[in-house]
Design a protein around this ligand. Structure first.
Ligand code: 3HC
Length: 682
């Protein structure tokens, strides 16, 4: 786990714990053994710690955190034990970092006397993303090395700091060009015999305590503050106390689930047996986008930022010019927010070509169609692309509601294509989840239940700001009515009318049922009043001006709802917080179980990841499916049955069979095992 060897005067500890060299017990023991050898060998004058494989050290083994507290705390040697041994060593210890030095990996570096890294390396304390704080003296040592505001930023953001930035702060002593080990050995020779006392961080005073009082409200910040206020030993004791408290809490549990869920979700597999591990992606170098609206330009920006050349195609010059302007503005905004440099923006714009002729897509490797949601238009475009594009080109559609199988060949999509798209998604900085084609796919299908229930709740007596507040208190970044105002009420109304037309039905303000389902025409009423949301300055809320961002509860909306209910004879009542939360969340969760049952997703973790990225569902709640597992499936199932009885005309309340079977299992089935129940006799 830690390979020991000597090169002249230097002992090398090579951490060898694939895939990311996490600090599991064997690795920690390896350090103790290595240090004992190096200390007792008079020939050894310095020690280098380096990682084997793709990275230096990714921190503690997160899987260990699920162990009981006593076992976790008594697992010896602890990281702090090793850290103390490193710091006290009379022979200089040098960490040589490539890939990532994160969490406990960085803490180990801070116990060492010198830190070198290659330019592409990253360091950081991502513990906050796991609901904990750096607890091997990270909060006590970093503020002794760098300015306290920098330490607070790094610890409380969890961000990965690139090596050049880390060098600027003094976290690194040097960036190494060329072979990391060779250069580190040279460096080791240059420091042999130099005094180590100034390199031992515990001896240093905290840099400064300016400007931090107002932000010290969370444990990480409290702990960093302790580095300034308390002795090193007292600060360390408090850090340990906070850690014990946080690690046993629900948020850390959910965040650790989220960490692994995201990685599990990447591991796609097809019924044919093809999967992420056995299918090689194709090499995509050039791309084309059809449609220069909001979606098309947004996608173009992502591709350009990731370094892909893009040919943007629109049907007429005016729309095309508008699209190019939009792209330029988004990139410029990135420069003003320091997300990219001016030079990078210029490179991106140079890589963008615009055209009104599809023929310019003849040689691209991948085309993304992003025109508006109209099946005949999409089909017409794909027919043309079939002739124009080279045979190996990948043809992709951007749609949130149209059946992929009517459009491009979803069912027939090859494993190689799936692998390429999943890989491409990662390269442009997105998280891709593989889902089967179904009406509205996963996100809109589940979120539709959530939004529909929210509207029914208004008809029954609640107000938009009340519903939004309850869901925001739960942790959603925006309630459903603020989202609806942002998206534009006209958009959802048009889609509804389009769907109704396909069934030869005309929706009016009096419509209460649509294809046998309860229906609310409340948004149509707002639409007719010209209350289209933020863009018109009025929607479910009023805004300071058209396009304004501040949602202000509006008394007029009370009247709109009151008149609507009176006309339709809907009785209003007081609705409890519990009911509002349950109806929005459980309706979506029940649909999520149906989605798993139908095999639209491969596993529940996929749904949770979709909800964090698609709707900002709080990761510290784990995602809707994890939330259901923690609430208790029996309770969720019983409430779904209760609402089904009360609202028989909403099919989203018909209980999922998978949910029923899981809820009656003699022992709770862990979320990772739900799939097995699908094929069992439960
Ligand atoms: N513990 C356990 N497993 C880990 C791990 C860790 N710290 N870090 C990564 N893994 C696992 C992943 O689950 C994945 O497993 P899988 O192949 O079975 O799915 C595998 O290692 C590879 O990870 P990625 O797919 O994420 O690989 P990437 O190359 O994309 O990313 C990385 C590498 C940037 C190091 C990323 O894995 C990462 O961010 N890791 C977590 C870092 C972290 O949170 N460290 C803090 C730990 S807590 C701590 O140290 C407490 C201390 O203060 C006491």
């Amino acid at each position: 786990m830690v390979d020991y060897r000597k090169e002249g005067l230097v002992a090398i500890f090579e951490v060898n714990n694939p895939p990311v060299n996490s600090l599991s017990k064997n690795v920690r023991q390896g350090f103790v053994d290595g240090l004992s050898k190096a200390t007792n060998d008079p020939e050894v004058k310095a020690v280098i710690i380096i990682g084997k494989g793709r990275t230096f050290i990714a921190g503690a083994n997160i899987k260990d955190f699920g162990k009981p507290m006593e076992e976790l705390m008594s697992s010896s040697p602890s990281l702090i034990d090793i850290g103390n041994m490193l710091e006290e060593s009379e022979k200089p210890i040098i960490c040589a970092i490539h890939g990532a030095g994160l969490g406990g990996g960085l803490e180990l570096c801070l116990f060492s006397h010198y830190r070198l890294a290659v330019k592409s390396a990253r360091v950081g304390f991502p513990e906050v993303n796991l609901g904990i704080l750096p607890a091997a003296a990270g909060t006590q040592r970093l503020p002794r090395l760098v300015d306290i505001t920098v330490a607070m930023d790094i610890i409380s953001s969890g961000r990965h700091v690139a090596a050049p930035e880390a060098l600027k702060y003094g976290i690194l002593d040097q960036i190494v060009e060329g072979d990391l080990l060779k250069e580190s050995i040279k460096f080791a020779h240059s420091v042999i015999g130099k005094p180590l006392e100034p390199r031992r961080l515990r001896n240093l005073a905290c840099k400064s305590i300016l400007y931090c009082i107002s932000v010290i409200h969370q444990f990480c910040l409290k702990s960093v503050r302790n580095a300034a206020d308390l002795s090193y030993e007292a600060g360390l004791m408090m850090e340990n106390t906070y850690f014990k408290y946080l690690i046993t809490g629900f948020q850390s549990f959910a965040l650790r689930y989220s960490f692994f869920a995201e990685r599990t979700a990447r591991k796609w597999q097809l019924p044919s047996g093809a999967n992420a591990a056995n299918t090689k992606p194709l090499n995509v170098q050039t791309t084309g986008i059809i449609g220069a609206g909001t979606m098309g330009t947004g996608i173009a920006v992502s591709l350009l930022r990731a370094g892909y050349p893009v040919i943007l195609v629109e049907q007429n010059q005016e729309f095309l010019d508008k699209g190019v302007d939009m792209i330029r503005n988004i990139l410029k905004d990135g420069v003003s927010r320091r997300l990219m440099t001016e030079d990078r923006m210029k490179q991106c714009l140079k890589a963008l070509k615009a055209s009104v002729d599809l023929k310019h897509l003849a040689n691209v490797d991948l085309v993304i169609e992003a025109v508006y949601e109209n099946i005949s238009l999409k089909q017409e475009i794909f027919k043309k692309l079939d002739y124009i594009c080279k045979p190996s080109a990948l043809l992709c559609s951007n749609t949130s509601s149209i059946d992929i199988d009517m459009n491009v060949y979803g069912k027939e999509t090859s494993a190689e294509t799936v692998a390429t798209i999943m890989d491409f998604g990662k390269k442009i900085g997105k998280v891709s989840i593989l889902v089967k084609s179904c009406h509205l796919f996963v996100a809109n299908r589940m979120h539709g239940c959530f939004q529909t229930e929210a509207k029914f709740i208004l008809e029954e007596g609640a107000l938009p700001d009340e519903v939004d507040r309850i869901l925001e208190d739960f942790g959603m970044p925006m309630g459903p009515f603020k989202v609806s105002d942002l998206a534009g009420i006209d958009i959802s109304c048009r889609i509804q009318h389009e769907v109704a037309k396909q069934h030869d039905i005309e929706l009016t303000l009096q419509t209460r049922f649509f294809r046998g389902e309860r229906y609310s025409s409340l948004s149509n009423r707002l639409y007719e009043l010209g209350r289209l949301g933020r863009k018109t300055g009025k929607g479910w809320y009023r805004y300071e001006k058209p396009g304004g961002k501040n949602a202000i509860p509006d008394n007029d909306i009370k009247d709109v709802i009151r008149i609507h209910c009176k006309e339709l004879g809907i009785e209003q009542r007081q609705i409890s917080t519990q009911e509002i939360l349950e109806r929005c969340l459980y309706s979506a969760i029940n649909e999520g179980f149906k989605i798993i049952e139908e095999g639209v997703v491969d596993k529940p973790e996929d749904i949770d990841v979709i909800w964090w990225y698609g709707f900002g569902f709080p990761r510290y709640m784990g995602g809707p499916m994890f939330y259901a597992s923690q609430t208790g499936l029996k309770k969720v199932y019983d409430r779904v049955c209760y609402y089904h009885k009360n609202f028989p005309y909403s099919s989203h309340w018909v209980p999922s069979d998978l949910l029923r079977r899981l809820s009656t299992a003699p022992n709770p089935v862990p979320i990772t095992q739900w799939k097995t129940v699908l094929h069992s006799k439960l």
